[in-house]
Design a protein around this ligand. Structure first.
Ligand SMILES: NC(=O)c1ccc[n+]([C@@H]2O[C@H](COP(=O)([O-])OP(=O)(O)OC[C@H]3O[C@@H](n4cnc5c(N)ncnc54)[C@H](OP(=O)(O)O)[C@@H]3O)[C@@H](O)[C@H]2O)c1
Length: 297
């Protein structure tokens, strides 16, 4: 396998498809290092760091976007048929660029239900949900693309602007109790930082598929309880899962059908990445600090 490390002696330009929550955060972290990073959006904007890309539109990004591009990251989920939105429109273009590195944000949903057991990259993918089956198809398309691809499998993503605090303040939180149910999660800062760390060390030890998760999978109720405590508010009485089923949308319900502890041992033990937020307590503290700085709270 080829290696794709960042070589600081050369100019770098990143194109990030999907400037949503993670894509935008990662782009900002890349810019802080002095590299150029453009993000895509399905809306036309005046922002020169942003370009239009909608896989359902016949308009493709203009040629000048691609000039000098060395790195590409896709943060766009699969389309309804399981095709990858970027590859289905731009595979040939990407191949023509002679890229140093291509990243793809995937999900740990591809592992399916492990009934609370730990899961590592060595475990076979056994997707349960249709969306996770489509995701696995996209992973395969990237792996077969003959591009220098690295895949990041992510659990629930949270961070400033997308945390339990936001749900509590918007009053759209449901406090649900389901015994023995855990979720894994990752703060968006660790997604960005782990990717940049891997870009640096890929030369010595390149792994094609990597989980990025924190150290502490735990119940959702534990996280919600802690959030209420930090806000100085009283948590509502939890609803038992069986009763909550009627209140949940099919997509929300589907998340409760899987119970997994995602291992980060490859990233943190084998490769030596140090998490910024090793658990939800550290991550939530950061979210709250930022909300206070922005006078949102
Ligand atoms: N959220 C989670 O907890 C979680 C967990 C594991 C994995 N993931 C996956 O990780 C990736 C990043 O997650 P995120 O939560 O940061 O995503 P996000 O905020 O929902 O952003 C998704 C981005 O994809 C773009 N997009 C969607 N469909 C598109 C299409 N057909 N053509 C062009 N662009 C399209 C959106 O464009 P607009 O900006 O124009 O809307 C947006 O920029 C996604 O693939 C997501 O499924 C998410």
């Amino acid at each position: 396998m080829e290696n794709f490390a960042i070589d600081s002696s050369k100019k770098k330009k990143f194109i990030i498809f999907g400037g949503g929550f993670s894509g935008n955060y990662i782009a900002n972290e890349i810019r802080k290092l002095g590299y150029k990073a453009l993000t895509s959006s399905r809306q036309v904007t005046n922002n020169p760091s942003n370009f239009f890309f909608d896989s359902l539109s016949s308009t493709l990004p203009p040629e000048h976007i691609f000039e000098g591009t060395t790195h590409v990251l896709s943060c766009i989920p699969p389309d309804k048929s399981g095709k990858d939105p970027v590859l289905s429109r731009l595979h040939k273009k990407l191949k023509s660029l002679n890229l140093e590195w291509v990243g793809y944000l995937s999900t740990t949903g591809v592992y399916g239900n492990t009934f609370g057991e730990w899961v590592t990259e060595k475990d076979p993918a056994k997707p349960l949900q249709d969306r996770s089956k489509r995701r696995l198809l996209c992973e395969k398309s990237w792996l077969d693309s003959s591009l220098p691809v690295q895949i990041f499998r992510l659990p629930g993503i949270y961070g400033p602007g997308r945390s339990t605090f936001d749900s509590i303040l918007k009053k759209n939180i449901k406090v649900i109790h389901k015994p023995n149910q855990v979720f894994s999660r990752i703060h968006v800062a660790d997604i960005a930082n782990a990717i940049l760390f891997l870009l640096k060390i890929n030369n010595e030890n390149f792994k094609q598929i990597i989980n990025i998760a924190d150290n502490y999978p735990t119940s959702q109720i534990e996280v919600i309880q802690h959030s209420y405590k930090l806000l100085g508010l009283r948590m509502p009485e939890p609803i038992n899962f069986e009763d909550a089923k009627k209140l949940l949308s099919p997509i929300a319900l589907s998340f409760w059908e899987e119970n997994r502890r995602v291992s980060n041992a490859m990233l943190c033990k084998d490769l030596g990445y140090k998490l910024i937020h090793k658990d939800y307590k550290s991550g939530l503290k950061n979210c709250l600090e930022i909300m206070k700085q922005k006078n949102l709270i």
